[in-house]
Design a protein around this ligand. Structure first.
Ligand SMILES: Nc1ncnc2c1ncn2[C@@H]1O[C@H](COP(=O)(O)OP(=O)(O)OP(=O)(O)O)[C@@H](O)[C@H]1O
Length: 253
């Protein structure tokens, strides 16, 4: 099928990387229905860094999963670069995800048997693509690991392993980088190195969407979206960690 470009309410066309348009997601379980998201509309502009915060169970992971096309909304739409994910079949969705999105998680998900270089190259290899060695080296250089390309994950610190995971996500130059608690397992110094990298990634034109519990991590973002009970209940722009912590503690009361 031909992918149709579409513009959602609230989006202004090509400068919007990800659009969430009236998203809801309900889960059915034996205990009854859970409304994890109850109508989220937001446009993540290209080249911006957004942090998603909120109390446990507020819907942060669900939002990230839907935005990344890893799960389907109950109602509403997700558009990546103007393309509605709901209109794609599984093959098209897989290709779009591979070509336009990168993922970084709290767990680095690296293979211990492979070098840093081969971990970064792995997604391209799995997709049956030719590995662009220069691009892999470039991605490792971007995260400051050019010299450690031949090391295996057990020979790297936690922070260095997370930087390999970021290099792997950045190597295809994705439009959007989704990060779920990327600094959750790191010490303060390594966390700052990773956050600086995410900040630079956005400043260079890619879009970063990060779920975090940490106000200091969120302070690297241009905007913080606060979720509660599956809805956006607040936003802060260019806020420092203290302002973000205050907003969070008000939400948790
Ligand atoms: N597969 C599922 N089946 C049933 N309920 C679910 C499922 N996944 C999530 N939920 C529920 O949906 C709501 C939102 O969950 P979600 O994981 O998105 O929250 P979160 O803000 O990421 O939480 P945390 O900060 O604890 O990770 C919660 O009430 C959760 O229990």
């Amino acid at each position: 099928m031909t992918v149709q470009q579409a513009t959602a309410p609230g989006s202004t066309g090509t400068d919007v990387a990800v659009t969430l348009d009236g998203l809801t997601r309900s889960y059915r379980s034996k205990a009854g229905r859970v409304d994890a998201l109850r109508g989220i509309t937001h446009a993540f502009r290209s080249g911006t860094f957004t942090a998603i915060m909120g109390p446990s169970g507020s819907g942060k992971s669900t939002l990230l999963q839907l935005a990344a096309g890893l799960d389907e909304p109950t109602s509403g739409r997700v558009l990546i670069g103007g393309i509605p994910l709901g209109g794609l079949d599984q093959t098209e969705l897989t290709k779009l995800r591979r070509d336009t999105m990168g993922f970084v998680f709290q767990a680095y998900n690296l293979l211990d048997a492979l070098t840093a270089f081969d971990n970064v190259a792995l997604p391209a290899r799995l997709a049956g693509q030719r590995v662009d060695r220069a691009a892999v080296h470039d991605a490792l250089a971007r995260v400051g690991l050019r010299e450690l390309a031949r090391r295996r994950p057990p020979e790297l610190s936690g922070g260095q392993q997370q930087r390999v995971a970021i290099a792997r996500a950045l190597h295809v130059r994705p439009q959007v980088l989704f990060a779920d608690e990327p600094t959750g397992a790191l010490d303060r110094h390594s966390g700052r190195v990773v956050l600086d990298l995410l900040r630079t990634t956005a400043d260079q034109g890619q879009t970063v969407v990060m779920v975090t519990h940490d106000p200091l991590a969120a302070s690297y973002a241009d905007e913080v979206l606060f979720l509660a009970d599956g809805m956006v209940v607040g936003r802060l722009r260019d806020a420092d960690a203290a302002q973000i912590a205050t907003a969070m503690s008000e939400l948790e009361q």
